[in-house]
Design a protein around this ligand. Structure first.
Ligand SMILES: Cc1cc2nc3c(=O)[nH]c(=O)nc-3n(C[C@H](O)[C@H](O)[C@H](O)COP(=O)(O)O)c2cc1C
Length: 347
């Protein structure tokens, strides 16, 4: 995990001024590592835009995850604003596709543990170590939610685990979803270097030796990749999840709520990282629910998903939480560096 596709993780504090904020933003969690963002950088403002050409297609037919990912990036950007001596003022969605305008005035420098966790946060797809999470931890994490968002903990983890496996299977049986997932799988070094995005063998949560062997073999087929994911969901991810968390908002179809919920999701992930916990995003339930709506299918996962959150709230994004079992789940994913996704404001 060396070279230009990974340099964003090492160089994230090299920039000065507003560019430093973009360098932090690009390290955020985002759907399938599609990095569907662009930034315009001025002396006293940054604008964040959706890049719809990077949509994950059938996995995200209504751009739910795309906007959640923009919220994740915005959270990193704002933490970096405070850390670099700015007082940011955010206007969400000043225009369609224009996710946020962030005005930057001089302010005090504040570097907290969430900011420091930015380069250490990774999506963990490996087996978690056993052990229940203290109730106080879950309560403290739920308190990270700001008005208009909620962090809900699953009451019945076995039930959610079964749903996750069923939904993973349903995604793999849906040809378009399977293809769009495979499209973002980067199996060769040259692909990774060229695209600087997508999912790689390194981040699958496999032990180091298995990963090394897999890299020597020919690229895995779509059906084998699907089978690996379902098996890993069933025998590793759901079996070792200590808790499932759901970011909920009143209307998961509203882009503003998605960005705000995305900010919470990123904050929760950074908090987990700063406190020695492992977190893996798992969004196959909502990917199926959105697909049911798109195609007019029987609302199996739509109904199941709605039952996981209190009345008046909708499930926006889901994750599993637990204790890390080692370094297998903490490997770097590729990133397009800030310079490739940001343009200076002209004039
Ligand atoms: C909205 C959203 C949905 C995601 N859904 C999944 C998912 O269903 N399964 C998964 O393994 N990772 C999921 N992820 C994690 C991304 O794949 C991950 O953030 C991305 O590959 C970058 O890797 P990193 O988080 O380690 O930096 C999701 C992330 C976001 C923000």
């Amino acid at each position: 995990m060396k070279g230009p596709a990974y340099s964003a993780w090492q160089d994230w504090q090299v920039e000065r001024g507003p560019a430093a904020l973009v360098a932090a933003a690009v390290l955020a969690a985002n759907p399938h590592n599609s990095q569907a963002w662009t930034f315009q950088v001025g002396d006293d403002a940054i604008d964040v835009f959706a890049d719809l050409s990077r949509s994950t297609g059938a996995l995200d037919p209504f751009h739910r995850e795309l906007y959640v990912g923009l919220g994740c990036a915005l959270e990193n950007l704002l933490l970096a604003a405070y850390a670099n001596g700015y007082a940011p003022t955010v206007t969400l969605l000043p225009a369609p596709g224009h996710a946020a305008h962030v005005a930057l005035a001089p302010g005090p420098t504040e570097r907290g543990p969430l900011y420091e966790a930015i380069p250490h946060r990774h999506t963990d797809r490996s087996a978690f170590a056993p052990g229940p999470l203290p109730a106080a931890t879950l309560t403290e994490m739920a308190a990270l939610a700001e008005p208009g968002t909620r962090l809900v903990w699953a009451a019945d983890t076995a039930h959610v685990g079964r749903l996750m496996v069923d939904a993973a299977r349903a995604v793999t049986r849906d040809e378009a979803q399977s293809r769009d997932s495979y499209r973002l799988f980067r199996s060769s070094r040259s692909d990774i270097r060229r695209h600087k995005d997508g999912l790689t063998l390194d981040v699958m949560g496999m032990p180091a030796l298995t990963t090394a062997v897999a890299k020597l073999l020919p690229a895995t087929s779509r059906s084998r990749a699907d089978a690996f994911w379902v098996k890993n969901t069933e025998t590793v991810q759901t079996r070792t999840a200590a808790a499932y968390g759901f970011v909920a908002v009143p209307d998961a179809g509203d882009d503003r709520a998605r960005i705000t919920g995305g900010r919470l999701l990123q904050r929760v992930h950074l908090w987990a990282t700063a406190n020695g916990l492992a977190l893996g995003h798992m969004n196959q339930l909502t990917e199926r629910a959105d697909r049911e709506r798109e195609l007019g299918l029987e609302p199996v996962f739509t109904t199941a998903t709605q039952q996981l959150v209190p009345d008046g709230w909708e499930l926006l994004a889901a994750f599993r939480l637990g204790y890390p079992s080692g370094a297998n789940g903490r490997r770097l994913s590729p990133r397009r560096p800030a310079a490739e996704v940001a343009q200076p404001v002209s004039g």
